[in-house]
Ligand binder design. Structure first.
Ligand SMILES: O=C(O)CCC(=O)C(=O)O
Length: 263
């Protein structure tokens, strides 16, 4: 793989600065995607087995979470659902994912966005929007969620790889272009414990939203201050995707007391 060709281009740097995100299409082959989708299902099975052995379960605003096997398992937002919605972190659950964190298709653009070489992993999430069941992600920024855990919240770019074709029907990610330029925005008040993590709609214009439709194997790179969200999966197709967040080297991961350099 030609690492130099994967470096951040001037045009991408400008897009990231001005609109807060950019995409790269068709980066992963069908065979690679088959292997990663298999790794995703294996990771769910490993996390489930760990939580069957000993369950530390809690609910926040009615949403159920379990801590097991070094991951937070978030269940779907439906009464008594056992469907896994999100795993964070997940890379340790399958060796194919551990390897992926060092893949130049992630690391090269990230070195450009973070501004250091090497970079380190901050966190990683596997978001599994199952057919007809995957629920919405309300408008939010990631930065308020991470701010308490890091001295460099501005330098936590996200790299999202879509494992299935992502479109409007199955709940692709939606962006509010330029919203990142205002930095961290106020959250909702009086909307439960998680309310402050959802962006107050008075501080952005939802009518400017852009659904980012991407074929499987495409990647989306976006700022930690980007206001983003997604609709439920109303289709018969899965919309699985993973997001890896990087940071300057030398810092520990979010939620995990260890450092993980990448590259
Ligand atoms: O997967 C999605 O649709 C939304 C993911 C997201 O916003 C997040 O993980 O912060």
């Amino acid at each position: 793989m030609d690492r130099t060709a994967l470096r951040l281009s001037d045009e991408e740097r400008l897009l990231y600065r001005e609109q807060g995100y950019f995409v790269r299409r068709r980066l992963f082959s069908p065979d690679e995607l088959d292997a990663l989708r298999d790794a995703a299902e294996c990771s769910v099975a490993v996390a489930r087995a760990a939580s069957d052995r000993g369950r530390d379960e809690y609910a926040i605003d009615g949403n159920v979470y379990r801590e097991a096997g070094g991951t937070t398992i978030q269940l779907e937002h439906r009464n008594d659902s056992e469907t896994v919605r999100v795993l964070e972190p997940f890379h340790h659950l399958d060796p194919r994912f551990s390897t992926l964190l060092d893949d130049p298709r992630f690391v090269e653009p990230m070195c450009g966005l973070v501004g250091t070489r090497p970079v380190a992993v901050f966190t990683d999430k596997l978001n599994l929007k199952r057919p007809r069941e995957g629920s919405q992600f309300r408008w939010h920024q990631d930065s308020p969620y991470w701010n308490h855990a890091t001295p460099h919240v501005d330098r936590l770019p996200n790299a999202m790889l879509v494992l299935d074709d992502a479109d409007i029907a199955n709940g692709c990610l939606r962006m509010i272009p330029g919203s990142h330029r205002k930095g961290m925005l106020p959250g909702l008040e009086g909307d439960g414990t998680l309310g402050p993590l959802f962006t107050d709609p008075r501080y952005f214009d939802a009518s400017t939203q852009v659904p980012v439709e991407l074929e499987a194997g495409g990647m989306l790179f976006f700022s930690p201050h980007m206001v983003h969200g997604s609709q439920p999966n109303d289709s018969d197709r899965a919309r699985r995707a993973l997001i890896v967040t990087y940071q300057p080297a030398g810092h520990r991961m979010f939620k995990v007391d260890a450092k993980r350099e990448a590259g």
